[in-house]
Design a protein around this ligand. Structure first.
Ligand SMILES: [Zn+2]
Length: 258
């Protein structure tokens, strides 16, 4: 790195179809030890409760190496690679590379994340309980709620999930100027975490007629694509809060890349 002020375009943020991009080309802007910085990326860097993507990076003339970790540092995204020492010599700043996303992993995260939005919204609609925190990993996600989930709500939520597959709701993304969002934030927002002051524009993820939520993650295009979900019995947390965990039950519907 020569100046340390590289900025990576987060290409997966642009719109909903961008979450379905599996292969892309980008230019190397820096080569810190064990990592590659690109001018743009479709790799999701860990954040907001969602783990990073994995995959491979490959010089256009040459073989690829595994991307084992993706993190944000300032305005840049570091793709940490597991590469033999010779790999660094095959790359240079300004060179074009091809990135390939591990689609199985990415799609699991998209399904879990969209299911979390839907569940947080349905929990709020049914109980007025809001979500403190949500995390996902592997095929499992957890939603931490500000209070205990009343008896019987889990069964109703399971029915809501089945309904979302039988009668799918489209998911969309729009970018709203911060001032506009602040004038008219989504009423009945299910999340408790305030939007950081510097966020502008606001990336608004909407599940039609069900949820409106500012979010920088990756999501599926329709609730049908969430597939079958199994809810675990809610667990009590220390301060009167509760945790609802859920897992993906199948590998989901086959989807085409954009
Ligand atoms: Zn989200």
């Amino acid at each position: 790195m020569n100046s340390g002020s590289f900025v990576t375009e987060l290409a997966y943020l642009a719109d909903l179809p961008s979450a379905y991009v599996r292969t892309f080309r980008a230019r190397v802007t820096a080569l810190p030890p064990g990592a590659v910085v690109l001018d743009r990326t479709y790799f999701y860097p860990a954040g907001g409760g969602q783990p990073c993507d994995r995959g491979t990076l490959r010089p256009l003339e040459g073989s690829g190496v595994p991307v084992v970790d993706v993190v944000r540092t300032g305005g840049s995204v570091l793709h940490r690679v597991k590469a033999p020492p010779a790999f660094a010599r095959t790359l240079g700043v300004g060179m074009e590379v091809e990135g390939t996303i591990d689609w199985e992993r990415r799609h699991r995260h998209m399904r879990l994340h969209t299911a979390q939005h839907l569940l947080s919204a349905r929990i709020f609609a049914r109980t007025r309980l809001r979500t403190r925190k949500a995390t996902l990993a592997g095929i499992r996600a957890t939603i931490d709620l500000e209070g205990p989930l009343p008896v019987g709500v889990s069964e109703a939520l399971a029915q809501d999930l089945r309904e979302a597959i039988l009668h799918p709701l489209p998911v969309s993304i729009r970018h709203v100027p911060r001032a506009e969002w602040d004038r008219n934030p989504a009423s009945g927002r299910s999340g408790l975490v305030p939007l950081p002051a510097q966020v502008d524009p606001v990336r608004v993820v909407e599940i039609d007629a069900a949820d409106i939520c500012p979010c920088g993650g990756t999501h599926v295009r329709s609730t049908e694509e969430i597939g079958s979900i199994r809810l675990e019995p809610p667990a009590s947390l220390e301060d009167g809060a509760s945790r609802l965990a859920f897992t993906l039950e199948d590998s989901g519907r086959p989807t085409r890349p954009e």
